[in-house]
Design a protein around this ligand. Structure first.
Ligand SMILES: Nc1ncnc2c1ncn2[C@@H]1O[C@H](COP(=O)(O)OP(=O)(O)OP(=O)(O)O)[C@@H](O)[C@H]1O
Ligand SMILES: O=P(O)(O)OC[C@H]1O[C@H](OP(=O)(O)OP(=O)(O)O)[C@H](O)[C@@H]1O
Ligand SMILES: [Mg+2]
Length: 397
């Protein structure tokens, strides 16, 4: 493998100052404002929680700490997901960085920038966190103490990719190989890449045999760097591809090196050593898994005339879209006729994927279904949660 030369950084923004702000106590006027608000009961809890945390920062803490992204697209989607899992985060004011999840009593939520969540998991100041896989890989750098508990939270989808201009010397370049082979890159005039991924970027280029390459970094709007003449290429996150297109840049074959979405991550040390962390992790994981399984599924209930439960079940199962997760539940609907209790009708309950809903309702009607009721599902709990078993294996338990 060719050696990796000319790798340096023009600027590094570590450490961030956000952690300094974290322990600033609320202004006295803040408490007055809270007590006059309509949500004074939860406000009291939260104010107490800041005080508790400040007290505890001097001594050893007992509470379990979950780090959540404090802003940006992951911030709001994380809160939405937790709410959908019946784990609403009670945050009185967006500038207050500590919050509670009342469903889980001994849990503190701390809002932090994503990169600081990873750093604080490593330093033992957080036990659990939700971040993008890209941030985890960049700042966690494969450290064994960071364990991914849930790897697919189904939001924050993007990819880490190299992009080059569509114009000039790059017009005919369409793959990483072609880029590496361009005669332009020499020790005196290396390929200049702008990236916020100061660890993953150089690693990827080295693994792909680029000899003459330098890196610079910026905190955002990297797509401007080639047109400004600051860089030849960029390594950045891409989702819809709009920002690249609008800046006259293109992705190339072999240039995607990480597919990312939001993940739940834990400190292995905390899971093993800190009391209650494993149980809390299990609860959060089970709720997340059960909720994400339920997303896009509906419960459908309908009445159907029939001679027996078996006969009704047979009719339902004859339709390809009506077999549900584990076949239909069929129960007799009793009524009194001439002083005798009989069951002419049966209630059927099935789970149907959202995208098959209309087709399924038509099939139900075709076999005599009536009074069709449809409700969204909150959770589908399986007997086994595979991710929990995986976690126990990773912990050697
Ligand atoms: N365009 C995108 N579409 C979907 N997810 C994205 C996109 N860009 C980033 N992400 C994901 O969201 C995470 C947070 O990105 P976001 O841009 O919201 O915050 P940030 O980069 O930490 O802050 P900022 O860009 O404001 O400095 C990223 O680590 C990544 O996992
Ligand atoms: O493929 P797209 O859907 O266009 O999204 C990609 C853009 O989104 C992110 O930037 P962000 O919006 O976070 O702005 P930033 O550059 O200031 O971080 C990322 O850094 C890209 O620039
Ligand atoms: Mg961003």
């Amino acid at each position: 493998m060719a050696s990796f030369q000319h790798c340096f950084f023009l600027h590094h923004n570590y450490p961030s100052s956000t952690h300094l702000r974290m322990f600033v106590s609320p202004k006295p006027s803040f408490c007055c404002r809270l007590s006059s608000s309509s949500s004074s009961s939860s406000a009291t809890t939260l104010t107490t929680s800041v005080d508790d945390a400040l007290e505890r920062s001097a001594s050893d803490r007992n509470a379990i700490r979950l780090g959540l992204p404090s802003k940006g697209r992951l911030g709001s989607e994380t809160l939405d997901l937790l709410k959908d899992c019946q784990l609403s985060v009670m945050q009185v004011n967006p500038r207050q960085y500590v919050a509670d999840i009342p469903q889980i009593p001994n849990l503190e939520v701390w809002f932090q920038r994503s990169n600081d969540i990873v750093r604080k998991l490593l330093s033992g100041d957080l036990d659990l966190g939700i971040v993008g896989l890209d941030t985890l890989s960049e700042y966690g750098q494969g450290k064994a103490d960071l364990i991914i508990v849930h790897d697919a939270l189904d939001y924050g989808d993007c990819r880490l990719s190299i992009a080059i201009p569509r114009y000039g010397i790059f017009e005919t370049i369409n793959s990483l190989n072609e880029l590496a082979q361009m005669p332009q890159w020499t020790a005196e005039k290396p390929l200049r890449i702008a990236t916020g991924f100061s660890h993953l970027g150089p690693k990827f280029m080295k693994e792909n045999g680029f000899k003459h390459v330098t890196f610079s970094t910026a905190d955002g709007a990297l797509e401007a760097a080639p047109a400004m003449g600051i860089a030849d290429a960029i390594i950045d996150l891409v989702s819809s591809g709009t920002t690249l297109r609008e800046n006259n840049l293109k992705e190339i074959e072999g240039g995607i090196f990480l597919e990312s979405e939001a993940v739940l991550v834990a400190s292995k040390k905390s899971l093993i050593e800190r009391k209650g962390v494993l149980d809390t992790t299990r609860e959060i994981l089970e709720r997340l898994e059960a909720h994400l399984r339920a997303v896009g599924q509906f419960t459908v209930t309908a009445n159907m005339r029939g001679s027996s439960a078996e006969e009704v079940a047979e009719r339902v199962l004859s339709q390809p879209s009506l077999s549900g997760l584990q076949g239909p539940t069929v129960s007799p609907v009793f009524c009194k006729k001439g002083g005798k209790v009989t069951a002419d009708y049966y209630a059927i309950v099935i789970c149907i994927p959202k995208n098959e809903l209309y087709k399924s309702v038509r099939q139900l009607r075709d076999i005599g279904g009536s009074g069709v009721l449809i409700s969204p599902l909150t959770y589908i709990f399986d007997e086994e949660t595979p991710r929990w078993q995986n976690l126990l294996v990773k912990l050697g338990l």
